[in-house]
Structure formats: C-alpha cells, structure tokens
Design a protein around this ligand. Structure first.
Ligand SMILES: C[S@@+](CC[C@H](N)C(=O)[O-])C[C@H]1O[C@@H](n2cnc3c(N)ncnc32)[C@H](O)[C@@H]1O
Length: 242
C-alpha cells in the first residue's frame, strides 16, 4: 500500500467502524466509567447513541437530529441512559452542558448537486460557524469536541482559539473533501481498496451504495499544498480550554 500513497496526502486510515474507533479514543481521554453527559449531534436513527452507551457505561446520552423519518426509527430505542429528540436549541441545551459532543458526518452536504465547484453554493461557511457556535456553547470547559467528516475546518472558526487539538492515533478526516471558508476546495479525497487508488467520484461509481464501509483507507490530498496554512489535519478532537 505504501507505494500507492500519493505525495501531500494528509491522512489515511480505515474508515470501517470509524465512529466507534473515535468514541473509544474519546473514552481514553475523558475516562470511560465517568458519569459523563454526551451529545450525539446528528444521531440519525440512534445507532450512534447505542454505541456511545456501550462504550461509556455510566454516561447519559442525548441524541438530536432534524430528520423526521430517522427520528421515527429512533423512537424504537428504549434505553434508560439515552434520550433522542428533534434538534432544537432547547433540546440541545436541556441535556447539557456536555463533556463530549460528537458531530460525525453531519457538517457536510452529500450528494452534491452536479457541477458544484464552490461549496458555498450549497453550504455556506456562516452556517457551519453558527452550528459550531451552538455546540461550543453547550460544551463544558475541559470537554471534548469531536468533528468528523466536516466539509469546513474547525480551525477556521473563531471559537477554535478556545481549543487545543488532541492528536488522535486514528487520523481520518472523513470521505468528504475539505473546503476553505471562502468555499474553494482545499483537498480532494482518494480511496484505497485492494491495492488500487480511486478518486472519490470513481470510487462512488465503482463501489456503489456501501462505498463508505468498503473502503480500506482514505487519503486527503491538498490541491495546493502551500495553502494549507496552520490548519490541523491530524485530528477530529478538540479540547475546550475555557
Ligand atoms: C450522514 S448522517 C450521520 C449519522 C451519524 N452521526 C453517523 O455518523 O453515522 C447525518 C445526520 O445529520 C443530521 N443533521 C444534519 N444537520 C443537522 C442539524 N443541524 N442538527 C441535527 N442533525 C442534523 C441529518 O438529518 C442526518 O441524520
């Protein structure tokens, strides 16, 4: 595999079971047995909350989502430490402040309409900032923000000055390309499978519906390596200092 890894690649790691890998990393930092408050922002039909309940046996978990169909499925979950609600400011703040917030594959847009080059046409940086600010307000000082598969960089948000990055052993920033705050593309994404490298679009076509779970590794490649600036590309984890 090593010979296939292109120059300027910023990370690779298997994406199989990626969410639980990050949860286990968070448990190593925060302590898995503590009575933590955890927010799964964009929990979909609730599987993420169930995984969190397994990994953190004494935590209280709040899941929120916007999608009514997903919430209908989530309503079947009956667990004494999990509550799942429609995503509103009140729902989020009623379960907080949180020790751990996860926004995994939420701060992105997929599929992108054909022909979109600048992401701001479908997802404005201001919307990303508003969401990050909402989550920031709900996180305790000393708490951990876990942002996976976002299209924008957390470090481009003003509140990131209140955080320090925690380098993870599991560096995979997800399978969505990254964009600068002006909406221009920062990275492209390559998928690795059975000794071959696929560009993102080819991979989606080749591997069809389950392309995310089938991929062996993902690499982000800087379109212009010199424009990287100080952005952290080696962690989904941000520790709130104050
Ligand atoms: C791709 S799913 C990811 C689900 C889960 N976090 C995971 O990683 O498997 C994205 C979910 O985020 C939800 N979502 C998008 N924007 C949201 C928002 N502002 N508040 C809450 N949920 C949101 C969508 O409805 C969808 O269910």
């Amino acid at each position: 595999m090593t010979s296939l890894v292109p120059r300027h690649q910023i990370n690779t790691h298997t994406s199989r079971g990626q969410n639980t890998v990050y949860m286990a990393d968070a448990a190593a930092v925060l302590g898995r047995d503590r009575p933590l408050r955890i927010l799964s922002f964009g929990c979909s039909s609730g599987e993420e909350c169930l995984d969190l309940a397994d990994i953190f046996p004494n935590a209280v978990i709040k899941g929120v989502d916007l999608d009514d169909k997903a919430l209908e499925r989530a309503a079947a979950i009956s667990h004494d430490r999990i509550s799942i609600e429609k995503s509103t400011y009140e729902a989020i703040s009623s379960g907080g402040p949180y020790d751990l917030i996860l926004a995994m594959s939420v701060l992105c847009r997929y599929p992108l309409p054909k022909g979109v080059v600048n992401i701001k046409d479908v997802y404005k940086f201001g919307v990303f900032i508003d969401t990050i600010n909402l989550l920031h307000d709900s996180l305790k000082p000393g708490g951990l923000m876990c942002i996976y598969n976002s299209m924008y960089f957390f470090d481009d948000c003003p509140v990131s000055l209140d955080y320090v990055p925690l380098v993870s052993r599991n560096v995979n920033l997800g399978w969505m390309p990254k964009y600068y705050s002006d909406g221009d593309a920062a990275t492209t994404v390559e998928h690795y499978w059975e000794g071959q490298v696929y560009a993102f679009q080819d991979w989606v076509r080749t591997a069809s519906a389950d392309f995310v779970s089938k991929t062996e590794a993902i690499g982000h490649v800087w379109i212009n390596p010199r424009s990287r600036g100080s952005r952290r590309v080696d962690t989904p984890f941000w520790l709130k200092r104050r």
